[in-house]
Design a protein around this ligand. Structure first.
Ligand SMILES: [Zn+2]
Ligand SMILES: [Zn+2]
Length: 174
């Protein structure tokens, strides 16, 4: 039988299996967080979170980090508080890779500027196309739940209706 827990990637390129429980209901929630150890730059990814034990070991600094997977995570595939730091405040945002967003603006923007000297109609069409591409990407990408305190990210889970979009005032508390 396949190990329940599966670490995917880590900056050091180390892969390991640390699962101890079988996930329930086929939950595939993924957690991704920066290793809290001082000066350790590893990004730890683990899925399914429901199959995780009490700790996740960082493959770079070898430290076991306490993980508190709640009943809500195990049974309903929903984040109710952060498993890495127990913070109850999390926000939801679109999982939009900013590099792609900027690239679209730059490429289409330059093309539009170039074509403005030739045909205003073409230039406006290019800008319209940029908007369409942006919207299309926005619609197909998923959402990520993020902890305000430690910025742990949760993917492939059901969204918690209690969580809202990013709030600067809440963020500044941490
Ligand atoms: Zn580490
Ligand atoms: Zn957290």
């Amino acid at each position: 039988m396949q190990s329940a827990g599966r670490r995917l990637t880590e900056l050091a390129g180390v892969q390991m299996r640390t699962g101890r429980h079988e996930p329930l209901n086929g939950n595939i929630m993924q957690i991704r967080f920066h290793c809290p150890t001082d000066k350790c730059v590893a990004i730890i990814e683990y899925e399914p979170l429901a199959g995780c034990g009490d700790t996740i070991k960082c493959p770079r600094c070898d430290k076991e980090h306490a993980i508190d997977v709640t009943d809500s995570m195990r049974q309903r595939d929903t984040v109710d508080r952060c498993a890495a730091c127990n913070c109850r405040e999390l926000f939801i945002r679109k999982d939009f890779p900013q590099v792609i967003g900027v690239a679209i603006v730059v490429v289409f923007g330059l093309a539009a500027i170039y074509y403005f000297t030739i045909s205003v109609l073409i230039a406006w069409s290019i800008l319209a196309a940029a908007v369409v591409v942006d919207v299309a990407i926005y619609l197909v990408i998923g959402k990520v739940t993020t902890c305000y305190a430690c910025r742990a990210q949760y993917r492939k889970c059901k969204l918690n209706p209690d969580h809202e979009g990013f709030d600067l005032a809440t963020s500044e508390k941490y």
